[in-house]
Design a protein. Structure first.
Length: 254
């Protein structure tokens, strides 16, 4: 009996074409909606005109020397190195993301040592070896009058930081891990202690937090959305030295 070759069906050929070729023509942004994780805090070697890493803005503070920030390549990935002795400055990046879709924030960080003289509850000793800041959006009608007046003062004293309710995740000195405290230097800012002490110093530590849960625990309400992401290593109160490293910051569905 003579065999005949099987001709692939048109439907099967079309499916193969879709799987192999369509992704080539799609922009990465077209695939973003299906992504389980998005990078909101990337680091690349290229710099802005002011020397900040590309896509970030350096914020300096009145009468304070700035922390040194540098992007390095570590095991095939770019990380941010922060180094300072008696210094303080921040990097901020505008972020636009829906928290209901991507409520989980994650990153890795490493420190050389804690700030041994730091007392995180005191304004005159509020230093931290590593700090990741999330600034949230707010509706103007919900802002008290003093919030608006404070904004004018902070623009002068705090170097045009993005303004809004914020959560600061820190690597503390001796303060208990997991504690939520008021930031003694910034109104409408809560500090959540993720690591404390030097037991894990010089090790890369991964962090993962639910921003919705943390905001509710800190402020007792739901956030409007994310306005900006910030990174800060500050030692200006203690005049101690520290080196910290930050990996990319991600938002994810879970």
């Amino acid at each position: 009996m003579q065999r005949t070759s099987r001709v692939p069906r048109v439907g099967n050929l079309f499916r193969i074409f879709i799987l192999l070729f369509i992704p080539i023509f799609l922009e990465p942004s077209s695939l973003l909606g299906a992504a389980n994780r998005i990078a909101i805090g990337k680091f690349i070697i290229e710099k802005e005109a002011d020397g900040s890493p590309k896509g970030w803005k350096t914020v300096t503070y009145f009468n304070t020397s700035p922390t040194s920030y540098e992007v390095l390549k570590y095991r095939g990935r770019y990380v941010l190195k922060a180094e300072g002795i008696g210094t303080s400055s921040s990097l901020f990046k505008e972020v636009k993301a829906e928290l209901k879709d991507y409520p989980i924030i994650s990153w890795r960080w490493k420190i050389s040592n804690v700030i041994r003289q730091a007392i995180e509850t005191r304004e005159d000793r509020n230093d931290s070896a590593a700090r990741v800041i999330v600034v949230f959006q707010t509706r103007p009608e919900e802002m008290p009058l003093r919030y608006g007046l404070e904004y004018l003062v902070k623009k002068i004293m705090r170097g045009n930081e993005p303004f809004g309710p914020r959560i600061e995740y820190i690597w503390g000195n001796r303060i208990e891990k997991g504690r939520i405290i008021d930031n003694p230097s910034v109104t409408h800012s809560k500090v959540i202690v993720l690591e404390s002490g030097e037991k894990k110093a010089n090790l890369w530590i991964g962090e993962k937090r639910n921003l919705l849960d943390d905001y509710r625990a800190a402020f007792g309400t739901d956030p409007e959305g994310i306005l900006a992401l910030g990174i800060q290593t500050d030692t200006d109160q203690s005049n101690e030295g520290v080196t910290a490293y930050y990996g990319e910051v991600f938002l994810s569905k879970q």
